[in-house]
Design a protein around this ligand. Structure first.
Ligand code: HEM
Length: 229
């Protein structure tokens, strides 16, 4: 037990737990995009998916998953902030010259992109989960009596300012995962020279897939490609 607690406290331990929690969050974001893309199949498919997630016993499991996700987000955010502050104070004494010459923009802006994503998620939950920011999105039901997620998302993205906010947030998510999705393998000790092309490119590849998939939804609404039923 004492060993586990000192592993939690050490910088290496923190990096490993950051990597594990980061991978769990990445899994959620990829799965969530899979659900979101059902919007292209139409109102019935998207609403049926949302309805299934809220039916028993899946809904009970969903609450456990939500509690797990929240704890992971909290751990990942707090530890990310602590590691950044720790690195900054260590660098202040160790180096006189800037050391970020070869670090990518993504690597240098992890804390900024992470905090933008956190702000986005808070807004996004108020927007589509708690439906607290726009009264026009409340109490929407389809002709089968299900929560009309399809209409809610379209009405939500017909507001151009909100759509742009989503798209800009997705660019920050791209930056964050573009770096984190590759550096995670080094933190976990899986960055072998032979497979370096895989570990180096997997982050940018997943990040680009997420950017294109997620940003395409507000864009398609604004361009009239996805329309109200
Ligand atoms: C354009 C892109 C996105 C769309 C259209 C979208 C859509 C939605 C919708 C409709 C819901 C509510 C589902 C319901 O209550 O039935 C939701 C929930 C949620 N979204 Fe998104 N989302 C997008 C991007 C993201 C991203 C990038 C993240 C994370 C970084 C995210 C995190 C969440 C979370 C945590 C929930 C709550 C899940 C739950 O309570 O079960 N979303 N999203």
């Amino acid at each position: 037990m004492a060993r586990l607690s000192s592993l939690f406290q050490s910088s290496i331990g923190k990096k490993v737990f950051m990597a594990i929690t980061g991978l769990a969050l990445l899994g959620f974001v990829v799965a969530h995009l899979g659900g979101n893309l059902l919007i292209y199949l139409g109102q019935d498919q998207l609403n049926a998916y949302g309805y299934k997630l809220k039916s028993q016993p899946v809904y009970t499991l969903l609450w456990f998953a939500r509690a797990g996700l929240l704890s992971i987000v909290l751990y990942h955010t707090i530890t990310g902030i602590r590691l950044t502050l720790q690195n900054r104070s260590a660098k202040q004494y160790a180096y006189k010259k800037p050391t970020t010459l070869y670090a990518s923009v993504g690597a240098r802006t992890m804390i900024l992109s992470g905090l933008v994503i956190l702000s986005f998620v808070i807004y996004h939950l108020l927007h589509f989960t708690f439906i607290a920011t726009d009264p026009a999105l409340q109490h929407l039901v389809d002709d089968q009596g299900r929560h009309d997620i399809y209409t809610m998302v379209i009405l939500g993205f017909q507001n151009k300012a909100i759509s742009f906010f989503y798209i800009i947030s997705m660019v920050f998510l791209w930056l964050h995962i573009g770096h984190g999705g590759s550096s995670v393998w080094q933190s976990l000790g899986f960055r072998f020279e032979k497979y370096r092309w895989v570990t180096d490119n997997i982050g940018p590849a997943i990040a680009t897939f997420l950017l294109l998939g997620n940003a395409s939804i507000p864009l398609s609404v604004m361009l009239g490609i996805i329309q109200l039923p």
